[in-house]
Ligand binder design. Structure first.
Ligand SMILES: [Zn+2]
Length: 230
């Protein structure tokens, strides 16, 4: 049985994910604040059709009684990650949840976006997530004309061309960009763990932010400002 499809979703906008690395989907279908939180993927481990159960619930209000909200705290049975969500009515649909479900920003070129989405969705399989994140980084650098050489060298070149900051390039050297990294290529090399994969995916998301998302926001801001002036 596919319980995602069976669930009586309603449509609701979601505010942007606070990390600003990704944007939430507009018109995203939100689940209900019930004993189980029905999501397509766990926002922590990204496993599909997660078993997310309610641990506790309570309500809060503002000092002038104008903002009554019903809260529930959930936990993913697979990874143990906690999720907090609220609705404006008891057991109504969720208005916001933390962390929110994320999707990859539309301003990232299609191929890189596909790799990034798969990398985020593969965090439960660290080697695969690292390879996919590295493919996303490769694709993003190619879009910016940095086509030749190894990833680390091309990231340094991106800093030289001021596409990213020096500290961003330094960060690249702190993360594994290849699950079979030559620095770890001996037989005793350890397979990357979830933390290593998360670091690499975070770096790929930040690179996307620098190369595509921030420039497009700036472009939009300039356009909006000039439209107001005329
Ligand atoms: Zn999980």
């Amino acid at each position: 049985m596919n319980r995602i499809k069976m669930h009586p979703f309603k449509t609701q906008n979601v505010t942007a994910y606070s990390a600003a690395l990704c944007t939430s989907k507009k018109n995203k279908k939100m689940p209900y604040l019930e004993s189980h939180l029905i999501l397509e993927r766990c926002p922590h481990c990204r496993v599909a059709n997660p078993n997310i159960v309610q641990l506790t619930n309570f309500s809060t209000n503002s000092f002038d009684n104008s903002n009554l909200r019903y809260w529930a705290v959930y936990s993913c049975k697979r990874c143990g990650g906690a999720i907090t969500a609220f609705s404006f009515n008891k057991e109504d649909f969720v208005q916001e949840m933390y962390p929110s479900e994320i999707s990859i920003d539309d301003n990232i070129p299609e191929k890189a976006r596909a790799f990034l989405t798969q990398a985020v969705d593969s965090l439960h399989a660290p080697s695969g997530a690292i390879m996919l994140a590295a493919s996303a980084i490769d694709s993003m650098l190619k879009e910016k004309g940095l086509k030749d050489g190894k990833l680390y060298g091309r990231i340094n070149k991106a800093a030289e061309k001021h596409l990213i900051t020096e500290s961003m390039a330094q960060w690249a050297h702190e993360v594994r960009l290849d699950a079979n990294d030559e620095r770890h290529a001996d037989d005793n090399a350890e397979l990357p763990d979830g933390k290593a994969a998360k670091k690499t995916v975070d770096f790929a998301l930040a690179l996307a932010e620098f190369l595509f998302i921030i420039p497009s926001k700036i472009e939009r801001g300039i356009k909006n400002a000039s439209e107001k002036d005329t």
